[in-house]
Design a protein around this ligand. Structure first.
Ligand code: 13P
Length: 307
């Protein structure tokens, strides 16, 4: 059943000819009014193909920024400009530029969880959904710097057998899961499959039956013969899993101090802020045109590889 606020969001969306794109970690009531809910990769494709005039991006800043880079002519709104990302913050463009100046010829593969300025310095972008494919697309004789998530980079190295230099960045949420916290839960649910995001620490990933992007978690849990799953990622993910696969049980991966794990940035967006953003066409995402043009090239290279 729709709430009054959800109805207001829909009304303003209609008036603005807007599309609402939401990440899998958004609060349930936002996911339920979105036109598309998905992972970073799916959202990038949706941002590229939309015919709407306005994109209300319910996610974090780098996601909305990516949508703007792809769609310079559209108005891109983020309900709360404070919705940031610890990974994007962990790689400063000037530090990357300095690093590049000392390591000529190295191919820079940047995770989409990075600023527009970092993307502008990168050769190709990847998401957790296609990082293995992106790295495999790079000629074997090239050295790669993978930035800024060292845990995702480590996992890609394991999958591809390719040595890479790793930028020392982490997602402050995914590194909160520990071997102990997941072991305790597994003891209570011995038949449950463990599904973990590749941003988790290697010791946690090693416990998982499946390591994948948030979108692939839906497909894995749907096709698996198992009926119980421990989901080791931001707990917003459980809403879609429960909604789309109602016959199965999904348990949030705990940390040492909490039974679930929420990203405070992802949770900054609320329905009230969505209504206000559509009404006032603000906060709007802007990217300086020279940065946007340079950042678009590695994004397009990624999108050209297909989903
Ligand atoms: P996905 O692309 O797998 O949804 O990951 C997004 C993210 O930011 C994880 O922290």
């Amino acid at each position: 059943m729709s709430t009054v606020l959800q109805e207001q969001v829909r009304e303003w969306k209609h008036r603005r000819n807007a599309v609402i794109l939401a990440h899998n970690y958004q609060v349930p009531e936002i996911q339920d009014v979105a036109d598309f809910v998905g992972d970073s990769l799916g959202l990038s494709y949706k941002a590229r193909e939309t015919a709407a005039d306005v994109i209300l991006f319910c996610g974090v800043h780098f996601m909305a920024e990516t949508a703007k880079i792809i769609n310079p002519g559209k108005t891109v709104l983020l309900p709360d400009l404070e919705a940031g990302c610890s990974l994007a913050n962990s790689c400063d463009a000037s530090a990357l530029a300095e690093w590049k100046a000392k390591h000529s010829g190295v191919v820079v593969v940047s995770y989409i969880n990075s600023t527009a300025a970092v993307k502008a310095l990168s050769d190709i972008i990847c998401t957790s959904g296609n990082a293995v494919k992106v790295v495999r697309s790079i000629p074997a004789d090239k050295q790669i710097l993978f930035c800024p998530d060292e845990n995702l980079g480590q996992w890609v190295m394991e999958q591809t057998g390719r040595k890479m230099l790793l930028w020392p960045g982490v997602c402050h949420i995914h590194v909160k899961f520990t071997h102990e916290s997941i072991t305790r839960l597994r003891q209570q649910h011995p038949a449950a499959k463990i599904v973990a995001h590749p941003e988790c620490l290697p010791i946690v990933r090693a416990m998982a039956d499946e390591v994948c992007s948030t979108e692939k978690m839906i497909a894995y849990c749907r096709q698996s013969a198992a009926t119980e799953f421990i989901i080791v990622t931001e707990s917003g993910m459980l809403h879609r899993l429960r909604k789309e696969i109602p016959g199965k049980t999904f348990i949030a991966g705990p940390t040492d101090t909490c039974s679930c794990n929420e990203c405070e940035y992802m949770k900054k967006n609320t329905l009230e802020k969505c209504v206000a953003a559509l009404e006032h066409l603000a906060p709007e995402i802007t990217v300086p045109e020279d940065v946007r043009r340079r950042a678009l090239i590695p994004i397009e290279r990624m999108l050209a590889l297909g989903q």
